[in-house]
Write a protein that binds this ligand. Sequence first.
Ligand code: PLP
Length: 200
Amino acid sequence: MLLAVTKTWPASDVEILYELGLRNFAENRDQEAGAKVGQLRHLVEARWHMVGRLQRNKAKSVVEWADQVDSVDSVRLAEALAKAAHARGQKLDVLLQVSMDGDTSRGGCAVQDVPELAGAITRSGDLILRGAMTVAPLTMEPSQAFEALASVVSGLRDDHPTATGVSAGMSGDLEDAISHGSTCVRVGTALLGSRRLTSP
Ligand SMILES: *Cc1c(COP(=O)(O)O)cnc(C)c1O
């Protein structure tokens, strides 16, 4: 899957990508995304992912626009999302975000916490575990991190048969990620150019 990361870019750019055939889009801030998706309801086949760090108190707001949350990294966040998905009356697809070098300050849970978090997601009944996501850490060879993530996902599949997705690779390392098992690359800059703003 080519997931177009449209953060900081206007709704009109999403319309162009949609016309070119893209259907999967990602944002990293709830507020910006909510407004943008609201302007794009006419793109009926568009599917929206949240890929940024997420506070529990934003869960309710995120499920109003997101079809999938790719950055679930704690049991408490999973519980908040499950409650919000239940309230909206539609299950939410999620990925577990994993920090391959254990530096969880940049988002993601430690590898050893994956089984517990995956169990909490599946047991909630309102979330569907679709796999795992990572951002290549600064302290590790990206290819090593991608390989490790693919092996985390293959371990998950035994207990969680829906967990088949491996989201890894961005504009700078997507070929490397694909050759190490990625099934989803999250591409912003290579599609849309350099972002000038951190938020609109
Ligand atoms: C911004 C972002 C991307 C896209 O990065 P590019 O280098 O512009 O392709 C991918 N993943 C996440 C989580 C992001 O926040």
